[in-house]
Ligand binder design. Structure first.
Ligand SMILES: C[S@@+](CC[C@H](N)C(=O)[O-])C[C@H]1O[C@@H](n2cnc3c(N)ncnc32)[C@H](O)[C@@H]1O
Length: 276
């Protein structure tokens, strides 16, 4: 799919950019079409730190997953809005420290399904399902989820860079609460979300415009609105010596928080929190 003349798999409209394909392109991947690349470049013209912003978020995802496995002892993970396969996918990150860790990936993009086989290298410990997180029963009651995730035991719920595709009208807070309520005490939620806080209006507008013509719109939320996703949970300090709070994505788990505090990182807030 790296060249213009390759065919899109059935059911995929290559002319309409999708969040999964745009993000793949931001990260330097090749699972995208010319329309995605053109749209991404229109954003980059207003936001030169686009790749840094995507990598700050992806780095958060990998560090949070690794921390849950290595430090918090989590053995099973639900990765909702998992994205296209990339380097160091969740199961690869966590199985480095917990070889028997189980991961279920969930995404609603048809191209992610088409490439899911690349994710299924975990020899029975990894699954992919196509589902829309706005229909939580379709995720939580899915036979593959029930087969791999034991909801009586702590689990890691990863919802990175996905809630900003959920409009207020779809009740994003209620949805997160519903998923968290299903988890056993001692489980963890890792979540990131784009923000327009202190951002150049032209860059924000470019993002809103591009996603208004994509398969999903995007919704910016403030720090307080992102913090609300963690209501009722115990926030984990993002790095040694820091207060337990929502931070910019790059700072979470960073070896050097000052170095990680880049322009790109400041496009996303994130945190990890424990279900008491
Ligand atoms: C920006 S990517 C983030 C990928 C990965 N979580 C990460 O942070 O690196 C967002 C992903 O969420 C998926 N997504 C968006 N809305 C969704 C929904 N309602 N249900 C399931 N997946 C969704 C998109 O298809 C895309 O793959």
């Amino acid at each position: 799919m790296t060249t213009e003349d390759q065919q899109a798999p059935p059911g995929i409209d290559p002319a309409t950019p999708s969040p999964a394909r745009l993000y793949d392109y931001y990260l330097g991947g090749t699972d995208n079409f010319p329309a995605d690349r053109e749209a991404a470049e229109r954003i980059r013209a207003r936001m030169p730190e686009l790749a840094d912003a995507a990598w700050a978020n992806r780095g958060f995802h990998q560090r949070a997953a690794l921390w849950m496995a290595g430090t918090a002892g989590i053995r099973q993970f639900l990765d909702i809005g998992s994205g296209l396969p990339t380097q160091n996918n969740t199961h690869q990150a966590v199985q480095k420290v917990v070889p028997e860790a189980r991961v279920v990936y969930v995404d609603n993009d048809p191209l992610v399904r088409a490439h899911a086989s690349a994710l299924l290298t975990g020899e029975g410990s990894t699954r992919f399902i196509t589902a829309d997180l706005r229909d939580p029963d379709s995720v939580l009651d899915h036979p593959q989820v029930r087969e791999l995730i034991d909801f009586t035991q702590p689990a890691g719920l990863l919802m990175t860079a996905v809630l900003h595709f959920v409009a207020d009208g779809s009740d994003p807070y209620g949805l997160v609460a519903r998923y968290v309520a299903e988890l056993a005490p001692g489980s963890y939620l890792a979540l990131t979300h784009i923000t327009a806080d202190q951002k150049p209006p032209a860059a924000v507008q470019a993002i809103l415009d591009i996603y208004s013509r994509a398969t999903e719109r995007i919704y910016m939320r403030t720090r307080a609105q992102v913090a609300r996703f963690f209501d009722g949970l115990e926030l984990v300090p993002p790095y040694d010596g820091a207060p337990a709070a929502v931070t910019y994505a790059g700072e979470w788990g960073a070896e050097d928080a000052a170095l990680a505090d880049s322009d790109g990182s400041r496009w996303s807030y994130g945190a990890v929190a424990r279900r008491p």
